[in-house]
Design a protein around this ligand. Structure first.
Ligand SMILES: C=C1C[C@]23C[C@@]1(O)CC[C@H]2[C@@]12CC[C@H](O)[C@@](C)(C(=O)O1)[C@H]2[C@@H]3C(=O)O
Ligand SMILES: O=C(O)CCC(=O)C(=O)O
Ligand SMILES: [Fe+2]
Length: 333
């Protein structure tokens, strides 16, 4: 059990409990991917929340449970073993430090590129005695999750009435796609009871920079999303579904029609939370700009940038920064 002394606790960000955030939000759009009308519901959810939950997703339960159990095994190793796979540069094992600019959270994690060749060394140290088993579990899981992400992106293109239907999914399918995979472990934090109505941040508020993020967690709560009025709502966990986030790049491609959702994770007093997130990104050289067919008759809200340029500036930012601000066009009124 991890017990934090008061001063140690103070280095982590504490946030006030708000009423809305303590009641679980049961109106998250729930979309059945097997239904023919799902494309319209997907578009609606991306416009309203930039966040939704999917069922009938086609990812075999076996792939999910195998990877989760490998992740749990890894996070249960002694710290000295886990640290052999760190520090995250940006890939590898990290503990409490998130990114290179001083953000901290009550979380440990493994960050990997989805290109298995580039992870080879990290796999050796991360996955210790049986790297092949862990590597195979990651590979099976990612293949299935990427397929689902592409199906969602194709339905979104259809729902928006834009051609070709692979306009978004081709960015993830590209061999050079710069996608990332993350395993997060939020240990229980028993000292939370002493915080008098405040919460300890597991993963600070932010938006994801990529196109789409696919999140699966165990049955421990903690994830919150911000509504348009800035209030936070808690998302009930559901280990049988996937949660989908619209990322910054998708907000730009749709000229702001889809919202890149601000989200965060709060630590839990009693239970560990384990989450696995695939961040589908474009190739580094890809120009990201509002799609002409989505701008017709409107102002283009963003200046074009390459994914490389966006990432470079993202890695200089703090987690909570509005990274898209730098690329917004100043529109004359
Ligand atoms: C503070 C940071 C961590 C992050 C890189 C950054 O400089 C700003 C974006 C962060 C984020 C959020 C979503 C994903 O978890 C992540 C892997 C990503 O692509 O952007 C993280 C980055 C990270 O942890 O390295
Ligand atoms: O761990 C989670 O549930 C979400 C974490 C997250 O938002 C991220 O890693 O970008
Ligand atoms: Fe995120």
């Amino acid at each position: 059990m991890v017990v934090l002394s008061k001063p140690a606790m103070e280095q982590f960000c504490l946030v006030k409990n708000s009423c809305k955030a303590t009641t679980l939000f049961h109106d998250v759009p729930l979309i059945d991917l097997s239904k023919p009308d799902s494309k319209h519901l997907l578009v609606k959810a991306c416009k309203e929340f930039g966040f939704f939950k999917v069922i009938n997703h086609g990812v075999p339960t076996e792939f999910i449970s195998k990877l989760e159990s490998e992740a749990v095994k890894f996070f249960s190793l002694p710290m000295s073993e886990k640290e052999k796979a760190g520090p995250p540069d940006p890939f590898g094992y990290g503990n409490k430090q998130i990114g290179p600019n001083g953000d901290v959270g009550w979380v440990e994690y493994v960050l990997l590129t989805t290109n298995p060749e580039l992870n080879y060394e990290k796999f050796e140290s991360v996955f210790g005695v049986t790297p092949e088993k862990f590597q195979a579990a990651v590979k099976d899981y990612l293949k299935a999750v990427k397929k689902m992400a592409c199906e969602i992106l194709e339905k979104l293109a259809e729902g928006l009435n834009i051609q070709p239907r692979n306009v978004f999914s081709k960015l993830l399918m590209d061999e050079q796609s710069d996608s990332v995979f993350r395993l997060n472990h939020y240990p229980p934090c028993p000292d939370l009871q002493e915080l008098h109505g405040r919460n300890l941040i597991g993963f600070g508020e932010h938006t994801d920079p990529q196109i789409i993020s696919v999140l699966r967690s165990n049955n421990t709560s903690g994830l919150q999303i911000a509504l348009n009025d800035g209030s936070w709502i808690s998302i009930p966990p559901d280990q049988n579904s996937f949660f989908i986030n619209v990322g910054d790049s998708m907000q730009v491609l749709t000229n702001g029609k889809f919202k890149s959702v601000r989200h965060r994770v709060l630590a839990n007093s009693f239970k560990s939370r384990v989450s696995m997130i695939y961040f589908g990104g474009p190739p580094l050289s890809e120009k990201i700009a509002p799609l002409p067919s989505l701008v017709e008759g409107e102002d283009s809200l963003y200046n074009a940038f390459t994914w490389f340029e966006y990432k470079k500036s993202a890695y200089k930012s703090k987690l909570a920064d509005n990274r898209l601000g730098l690329f917004e066009k100043i529109v004359a009124s």
